[in-house]
Design a protein around this ligand. Structure first.
Ligand code: ADP
Length: 183
């Protein structure tokens, strides 16, 4: 697997799939979720509505993910993943965040996706501390490095997140590409 680190808006990325930091309701929200629905158009929301009705009447559980089309996004699909809300760290947040990344990667493997782009799940509105979320994201990705996707972009919305990702990857001796020119 080739790992890319890029600071920018995930809705602009051309990939087999981009990951949405969704919430259980699948009915949209702020942050990545808001941006994906705004740019991707109403088709994604309609697919989410049907999934909620038919498969997740009680909401998509935390740590799990589900797939819709990419609507008008440049990406073909959206993987909607629900990360944990940070409640201080004593409520299984770390294992739920790990499950979230693991389930995303498993879906990518099942679908044989060549390329996916993933935001820093839970570190926005869900308030998971970035210093704690980053090693979980990276370690879980590394555990799947011999499987699909062939290319995985870690998308950072701010410089702090990008610096943290790059520092963690360097500490682990992992090669990565800065930017998404060849993504
Ligand atoms: P959560 O509710 O899981 O915390 P958010 O969407 O609020 O999800 O934030 C997750 C991360 O994504 C945060 O680090 C946030 O800064 C970042 N982010 C917000 N909007 C975008 C975007 N359009 N593209 C990429 N990352 C984004």
């Amino acid at each position: 697997m080739e790992i890319y680190v890029w600071k920018g808006d995930i809705t602009s990325i051309q990939a087999d799939a981009v990951v949405n930091a969704a919430n259980s309701s699948l009915m949209g929200g702020g942050g990545v979720d808001g941006a994906i629905h705004r740019v991707g158009g109403p088709k994604i929301a309609e697919e989410c509505r049907i999934l909620k009705l038919k498969r997740y009447p009680n909401g998509l559980p935390t740590g799990q993910c589900t797939l819709t089309s990419g609507g008008q996004l440049p990406a073909k699909y959206v993987i909607h993943a629900v990360g944990p809300v940070w409640k201080g760290g004593e409520f299984g947040e770390a294992s739920l965040l790990e499950s979230c990344y693991r389930n995303i990667l498993q879906l990518a493997q099942e679908r044989a996706f060549e390329s996916i782009a993933v935001p820093s799940i839970s570190t926005g509105i869900f308030a998971y501390p970035k210093e704690l979320a980053t090693p979980i994201a990276i370690q879980t990705v590394l555990d799947h490095k011999d499987q699909f996707p062939r290319k995985l972009a870690l998308i950072c919305f701010d410089k702090d997140t990008k610096d943290l990702y790059e520092k963690t990857l360097k500490e682990l001796g992992v090669n990565f590409k800065e930017g998404i020119q060849s993504f």
